[in-house]
Design a protein around this ligand. Structure first.
Ligand code: GDP
Length: 365
């Protein structure tokens, strides 16, 4: 018998119909539509930014960071209109390994410079923030005092994309911030490699935060990074760490003597301070002031900004070409096949590359 439950002998077993199952969605729940953020026109964005409206500035930065082509197009128009109003600021890059005290220091430096007036924007470049969900540089609360300061604008690192892409977005954000009247820009980055180069290519002064450590602190830091620095500051010079910090400073000074004088003609200076206790902050800022006077007099300030503008033109071209190539559906499909052929030894890497490029150029015709 196929269904023993239908047999007479099981008659006693009644199967209740059961109750109707409730809907998994509460029927009384009124769906409130998420209020759609009002979309601004290019003119409204520009006007808002030029008026220093931080809400509109934030939304414009979100557009810059967006991956949607329509947002990108809008962002580019806004940037272009803001460009003539930008440039009037001091741009300072701040780098150091995690734990060096960047956030503590930026909080302290930021409050110090804001006491003198003006407005400060703190931006960040952290290509790893996608992985860490922005926890390294994304957390505004790391800068406790600045984050509630009415004249400060803190924006975490754009999270998506390559270092080049993230850096470009930060550079574009600088333009928007300057147009909104921010006359001091800090760009923070984790001192772990290439991101310093990216920051260096968009700031006027590059400050490297170091710690006094085991005495071999010079070994861990790459020569290239030290060469980029316009100032090296040894943090946590407080309590019983003061002597160690001074010693580290003299090591750095000695090491810097071995490098050729940078293009700016400015000899990088080494200072000790304590971001946490606010010691030596004024000296650091005085050094930065002296630097600006120096490079504005000798013309290096203009030169460096022009070189950076040139660099970003080529970077943008490279980025567009790369995107246009890799995002092309024909190429994307072909890449997989060609990669296989290279791995199987049927094609050399160069021939495969040439075939792909020829196909791409063919598609452009
Ligand atoms: P970041 O990862 O570079 O942003 O570093 P943080 O600013 O978060 O600082 C890392 C740790 O070092 C925190 O526990 C800070 O309280 C501590 N710290 C930062 N600056 C100083 C300082 O000047 N002196 C001392 N003693 N500790 C500091």
């Amino acid at each position: 018998m196929e269904h023993p439950e239908n047999s007479e002998e099981y008659k006693g077993l009644t199967v209740n119909a059961g109750i109707e199952q409730p809907s998994i969605i509460n029927p009384y729940l009124k769906f409130r539509k998420k209020p759609k953020r009002r979309e601004f026109t290019v003119g409204e964005y520009v006007e808002g930014i030029l008026n220093g409206n931080v809400t509109i500035l934030s939304q414009a930065v979100t557009l810059v960071e967006s991956l949607k082509p329509e947002h990108q197009a809008l962002a580019q128009e806004v940037i272009e209109k803001c460009l003539p109003h930008s440039g009037h600021s001091v741009r300072i890059g701040i780098s150091g390994v995690p734990g060096a005290g960047k956030s503590t220091s930026i909080d302290a430096f930021g409050l110090y410079v804001l006491e003198k007036g003006g407005k400060l924007a703190v931006l960040a470049i952290d290509p790893s923030s996608e992985r860490t969900k922005g926890s390294i540089l994304g957390d505004k609360t790391r800068m406790e005092k600045l984050s509630v300061h009415p004249k400060a604008f803190i924006r975490p690192s754009p999270s998506a994309g390559s270092l080049g892409g993230v850096a470009r977005k930060t550079r574009e954000t600088i333009i928007l911030c300057e147009a909104a009247g921010f006359d001091k820009i800090f760009v923070e980055t984790v001192g772990v490699g290439q991101s310093e180069t990216a920051v260096h290519s968009m700031v006027d002064f590059f400050l490297l935060i170091q710690l006094a450590g085991t005495g071999d602190e010079l070994q861990g830091i790459k020569r290239g990074i030290m060469e980029m620095a316009d100032g090296i500051v040894i943090n946590k010079a407080d309590g019983n760490n003061i002597e160690k910090a001074k010693l580290a400073a003299s090591h750095f000074r000695n090491a810097l003597h071995l490098f050729p004088v940078p293009d700016s003609g400015w000899t990088p200076q080494v200072l000790t301070y304590s971001g946490f206790y606010g010691l030596g902050i004024q000296e650091i800022w005085d050094m930065i002031d002296r630097y600006f006077v120096f490079v504005k007099q000798n013309g290096y300030f203009e030169y460096r900004r022009n070189e950076q503008a040139k660099y970003w033109m080529y970077e943008s071209i490279n980025e567009h070409l790369r995107d246009s190539f890799y995002n092309n559906p024909t190429i994307a499909a072909m890449l997989v096949a060609k990669e296989r052929e290279v791995l199987d030894g049927q094609l050399t890497s160069f021939v495969a590359a040439k075939k792909l490029l020829d196909t791409y150029y063919g598609l452009l015709k």
